[in-house]
Design a protein around this ligand. Structure first.
Ligand code: G3H
Ligand code: ZN
Length: 283
């Protein structure tokens, strides 16, 4: 059984979640890996299409794979929010064992059709597939462009059985009040636990929670313990930690000529943030 399949099974059985933490550079990837190692917990290191636009496909997956090989932790390279089916297939061909096909911008039937096609392709090659049902909005900074708060469409309990059955997907990202980016006062800070309860009654598939940044810890704990969320995605809080590390250094007024001296401070800040999240997801 592949590592990711084992991770999903164990998290389901023991009622905890592992994190998916996104990266577009070496230092964030290392911060994630070092945190997972320090906490002795598995994790996924996620890359997105926009991260690939920034860093280059082979460069990015090469560096993440290197970090994974050099780590003692159980880590899996994951494609997060793959919107272009051709790109998702390219990742599978490159050996990804975990991908997300995010066809959620489409109507139900189209989402089913695209997801089903990727699932068939992935399963032949031993990869697991995550899909999304509903539309997650974005606040401020996000891995996902072009969605705003008004466009939130929570996962419909009347659609979930059909979606899971027809697509054969392995895990499902549910939209239950979660948003990408940090919450603002006008946002909706709480997960809709009643909806999660209704969704859980319909299907037994492991659920994934996106938009983990800024979500109240109590909501996250409840969603994990009681309703089978086995994976929580974090991006924005990692970016903030990284930038916080950089800006603290700049504010200190020190001058250095070696970028590693500054980047390692940002890397430590990422590690600390990821450790905090891992602790929350397993509690
Ligand atoms: O796919 C990535 C996550 O859903 C990130 O969400 O930026 O709110 O942490 P976040
Ligand atoms: Zn997401």
């Amino acid at each position: 059984m592949s590592l990711i399949k084992e991770m999903i099974k164990k998290a389901q059985k023991e009622k905890y979640a592992f994190g998916t933490f996104d990266t577009s550079n070496l230092e964030v990837a290392q911060g994630i890996a070092w945190a997972a190692e320090a906490k002795n917990m598995p994790a996924m290191i996620g890359i997105t299409e926009s991260a690939v636009d920034y860093a280059g496909f082979l460069s990015l997956i090469g560096l993440v794979r290197g970090v994974i090989v050099e780590s003692k932790a159980d880590l899996v390279l994951h494609l997060d929010h793959g919107k272009d089916p051709k790109f998702v297939k390219k990742c599978i061909d490159e050996g990804f064992k975990s991908v997300m096909i995010d066809a959620s911008a489409n109507e139900l039937e189209k989402n089913i059709e695209i997801t089903k096609n990727i699932v068939a392709y992935a399963h032949k090659k031993g990869a697991v597939v995550q899909a999304e049902l509903g539309k997650i909005p974005k606040l401020d900074t996000s891995v996902e462009a072009g969605v705003n708060l008004k466009q939130m469409e929570k996962t419909d309990p009347n659609e979930i059985e059909k979606f899971v059955e027809k697509t054969g997907v392995d895990t499902l990202a549910v939209i239950i009040g979660n948003v990408h980016g940090m919450y603002k006062p006008e946002g909706n800070p709480h997960l809709d636990i009643d909806l999660l309860y209704n969704l859980r009654k319909k299907v037994s598939i492991p659920f994934v929670l996106h938009g983990g940044s800024g979500t109240p810890s109590e909501d996250i704990k409840k969603a994990i313990k009681e309703y089978g969320i086995i994976n929580v995605n974090i991006d924005t809080e990692i970016r903030i930690a990284f930038m916080g590390g950089l800006s603290d250094f700049c504010m200190s007024g020190q001058m250095v000529t070696d970028p590693r001296k500054v980047l390692s401070i940002a890397r430590d800040a990422v590690q600390k943030k990821v450790e905090e999240k891992i602790e929350l997801f397993k509690s």
